[in-house]
Ligand binder design. Structure first.
Ligand SMILES: [Zn+2]
Ligand SMILES: [Zn+2]
Length: 345
């Protein structure tokens, strides 16, 4: 039940729905009510993400259509359900849109990102005026936004958590040769973090302008992808951020013996990749997937953002929520990296 003493928000709100690939609708719907342990957040900023772009272009198995859209956000607590500890009306917060159940076999082994329930209990609908954060997320993955931090930087918590997760388990990267393939937002976040941790980063991509932008995030070298093989590049670690099968297949040939290929970019559902078994076996190449994040990764991302890692530079433009269809058509044309959508604008 809502604590009716705080009816400081509107009873109806604007919320974007992804109807089918290419089509977004801005609907008027009732403002949700926080139940026990939940938080109603007035969205300040929601960011577009590579996953949203994929869903807009071709559909995505984790984003049902038609349905609420958007998952990277920051805002202000508008109201709380009963028994909510740690947050109160007016608090500025940053959060991610999922949390593990803590009960399944994977959670019992500490593999929280592989939780059997994490995807079914995630929330979508950040491209809206309000969103309700359920109790299991409120308990583990919501943080007070430091006053000095902008809402735009705070909304980067979710994508940066994916990146901190990918690098967990890799060990120290200090002084290591790391290749990042791709120059989109996720690749740039990898470069930022790798540079921050003392790695020697080379970025590979197709577009010269994007490559020179990537260098400004801390990559020492930039090479056009088509010249990667002839360049004789041999990295300790390679991070694939494009999600293209041909790039997945190319990746093992760019690491040294004993090297690791981190397959970060998800390919289209149903696709298959081929690898040289001889090379993987005799050269002891590790192929490693990476998906989502654990609460520990979120805490690490929170710490990095709080300390001022320059994630805000990834935002190409700040727009109004009503511009959403236009924003996604820009993304579909390859224009811009990430857009910040603000209901108040
Ligand atoms: Zn995202
Ligand atoms: Zn679980």
């Amino acid at each position: 039940m809502r604590d009716d003493a705080f009816l400081s928000y509107n009873v109806s709100m604007k919320a974007a729905y992804l109807i089918e690939p290419g089509k977004i609708e801005l609907r008027d719907i009732p403002t949700p009510t926080p139940s026990k342990g939940e938080i109603l957040v007035k969205i300040d900023t929601a960011l577009t993400c590579g996953t949203d772009k994929k869903a807009f272009l071709r559909g995505h198995p984790m984003i049902p259509m038609p349905g609420p859209f958007g998952h990277e956000f920051s805002g202000t607590v508008a109201s709380t359900g009963k028994n909510l500890k740690g947050f109160k009306e007016g608090d500025e917060i940053m959060a991610v849109h999922s949390a593990p159940c803590g009960k399944c076999w994977y959670c019992s082994k500490g593999l929280f990102n592989q939780c059997l329930n994490i995807m079914d209990t995630k929330i979508l609908g950040a491209f809206a005026e309000y969103i309700v954060i359920p109790g299991h997320i409120a308990k583990r993955n919501v943080f007070l936004k430091p006053r000095h931090l902008s809402f735009e930087a705070a909304a980067m918590l979710e994508p940066l958590s994916c990146v901190t997760h990918a690098l967990t388990g890799i060990g120290s990267v200090k002084g290591k040769e790391v290749v990042v393939i791709g120059a989109g937002p996720i690749a740039l976040m990898h470069i930022l973090l790798l540079h921050h941790r003392g790695a020697e980063v080379t970025v590979l991509g197709r577009d010269h302008n994007k490559l020179s932008f990537a260098r400004s995030f801390g990559a020492q070298r930039a090479i056009v992808l088509s010249e990667a093989i002839s360049s004789g590049l041999r990295a300790d670690l390679l991070i694939e951020c494009t999600g293209s099968v041909d790039v997945w297949e190319l990746s093992p040939s760019l690491v040294r013996r004993g090297g690791t290929v981190l397959l970060f970019g998800g390919c289209k559902t149903g696709t298959e990749a081929r690898f040289d078994t001889h090379k993987l076996h005799y050269e002891e190449i590790t192929l490693k997937g990476s998906f989502h994040f654990t609460p520990r990764d979120v805490k690490e991302a929170y710490r990095l953002i709080k300390e001022g890692i320059a994630v805000e530079r990834l935002i190409s433009e700040v727009c109004g929520l009503s511009d959403i269809q236009e924003v996604f058509s820009y993304l579909a044309q390859g224009k811009g990296l990430k857009y910040a959508l603000k209901p108040s604008k």
